[in-house]
Design a protein around this ligand. Structure first.
Ligand code: FA5
Length: 344
């Protein structure tokens, strides 16, 4: 029995030393130290030992049991550490790898331009006045000095609704009427506003023309407003928008609701007037239609045109954005293609 015990001890230790995974450690514990384990069974069989040897045998058996339990605990810790190290190595995370970018939203290029315009005009004392997208024929045309059947209506191809007289605004100019009637207090108060908004035209969509686009209207009404005020204001705007040296020119034009009317060009900010792709080799880029508010329109807004005067202008933020970023097709703006939108 003594010999058997010592052999068992030596075997158990040798076996334990060779173990490299915790499952085997558990199996080993079961095999030697478990309730039906080899060492336990030997201890249980102590009765078969001659009485005089029993004490010495029991002592040795207990020593061995304890020694094996200790060896087991050490091995278990060691194996667990090795397993952890192996696991860390095999499933290593390279913390120096760049992270995956979280996509973030951004402002639409038109919104960026509009906000830049709001800032500039706010600095110059113009407040934002919001007007409706769905308009009446009367406000969009008649009150702006474009009577029914007037050939000038052809300038703006219109989206009609099924309700007679109700249309989608073709420009932001009807907002002039609303602003004058709303803020003018029966033609007694001066006004200085910008009117941004979406406009709709039933026209052939091309690289330069969408059927839906923004305009930013400006309106100033006062007692002594003259053409020089319009020109000074537009020039000051152009310097803020396009730089201190921005040159502006005015070309005679025609709008039924302004008299005189003009178109405003700014010297090409890309080539400085030498001629390039963006200005189509003209050296100048059109930025607005403008003019002195027509007396009939002042009257329709509630003002006495013999005492009051004013100027108005209308700019196209999409066209401005196209020039700024050299975008060659307006159709990109509303296609919601992230490849386009993410560039701004
Ligand atoms: C007008 O709509 C006038 N109401 C502007 C105005 C206001 C004149 C106040 C005088 C006083 P026009 O049709 O030219 O004018 O349009 C003005 C601007 O809107 C254009 O210069 C252009 O920048 C933009 N625009 C017009 N049509 C389109 C279109 N289909 N797509 C994109 N932008 C357009």
């Amino acid at each position: 029995m003594h010999q058997q015990l010592e052999t068992l001890y030596a075997e158990a230790l040798a076996e334990l030393d060779a173990i490299t995974d915790s499952q085997a450690v558990r199996a080993w514990e079961h095999k030697y130290l478990g309730q039906k384990g080899a060492v336990t069974l030997i201890l249980r069989g102590i009765g078969q030992i001659p009485k005089e040897e029993r004490a010495a045998f029991g002592k040795r058996a207990n020593e061995i049991k304890e020694a094996l339990a200790e060896a087991h605990a050490r091995r278990e810790t060691l194996v667990q550490e090795q397993e952890l190290a192996r696991d860390l190595e095999e499933n290593a995370v390279d913390v120096t790898l760049p992270g995956r970018a979280t996509p973030t939203g951004g402002l639409h290029p038109s919104t960026q331009t509009l906000r830049q315009l709001y800032d500039i005009w706010a600095e110059m004392g113009f407040q934002v006045y919001r007007s409706r997208d769905v308009e009446t024929d009367e406000t969009n045309f008649s009150l702006l000095n474009i009577p029914p059947h007037h050939p000038a209506r052809d300038m703006w191809d219109t989206f009609y609704t099924t309700t007679p007289g109700v249309i989608l605004r073709t420009h932001t100019s009807p907002g002039q009427i609303h602003a004058m009637r709303d803020l003018g207090q029966n033609g007694t108060q001066p006004i200085r506003v910008i009117l941004p908004g979406m406009c709709y035209r039933y026209e052939q969509v091309t690289a330069r023309s969408e059927m839906q686009f923004h305009q930013l209207e400006g309106l100033a009404i006062g007692r002594n407003i003259r053409m020089s005020d319009l020109k000074g204001t537009i020039s000051a705007f152009a310097r803020r928008m396009y730089g201190a040296n921005a040159a502006v020119r005015y070309r005679a034009s025609y709008f039924p609701f302004t008299e005189p009317s003009m178109e405003v060009d700014v010297e090409c900010f890309l080539c400085g007037g030498k001629g390039c792709r963006v200005c189509k080799y003209a050296g100048w880029i059109e930025i607005a239609g403008a003019g002195m508010v027509h007396p009939v329109v002042l009257q329709n807004g509630g003002y006495d045109p013999t005492e009051w005067s004013g100027f108005a202008f209308g700019m196209g933020p999409e066209r401005m954005t196209m020039n700024k970023h050299d975008i060659n097709d307006i159709r990109y703006f509303w296609q919601n293609d992230l490849r386009f939108l993410e560039q701004f």
